[in-house]
Design a protein around this ligand. Structure first.
Ligand SMILES: [Zn+2]
Ligand SMILES: [Zn+2]
Length: 143
């Protein structure tokens, strides 16, 4: 995934290729954590890509399954790139209660819930973990 360029991702998923979309994907690719719409707009060149276009492109990336939306605190949506093919529900998310940072825990698998599939048609799984991130935990232990 990391070695794939934004243009290659757009091509692979049959998405319309524009300079703005490529810049948007690049921004998400380089971000180390999920970003809010506002953070994304701040990272984009406003002359080239307005907030509405950013929003529309994010929606098509979500529909294509390469970007997933995470419900953050205060009902803000966060967006992250994940091309595993499961629409982003392949991993849990961590929220830091101190700095508010959200992280994709990509190395961790979603927990299996035995018996669930016998009774329900599962369409979506979300798993959130809250606590202190490493930086905040270190700060807390020093003071
Ligand atoms: Zn933190
Ligand atoms: Zn994620």
């Amino acid at each position: 995934m990391t070695e794939k360029s934004a243009a290659a991702i757009l091509r692979k998923y049959g998405l319309k290729h524009t300079a703005g979309r490529e810049a948007l994907l690049d921004l998400l690719r380089k971000a180390e954590r999920p970003l809010s719409h506002r953070e994304i707009c701040r990272g984009m060149d406003p002359m080239r890509y307005d907030p509405v276009s950013v929003y529309r492109s994010l929606q098509s990336f979500i529909a294509a399954g390469i970007v997933h939306r995470i419900e953050g605190d205060n009902r803000t949506s966060l967006y992250a790139l994940c091309t595993c093919g499961s629409g982003g529900h392949c991993h849990p998310h961590f929220f830091c209660r101190s700095c508010g940072k959200c992280e994709c825990l990509k190395g961790l698998a979603m927990p299996e819930l035995p018996g669930l599939n016998d009774r329900y048609v599962v369409e979506e799984k979300r798993y959130y973990i809250r606590g202190l991130c490493q930086a905040c935990a270190a700060e807390n232990s020093c003071s």
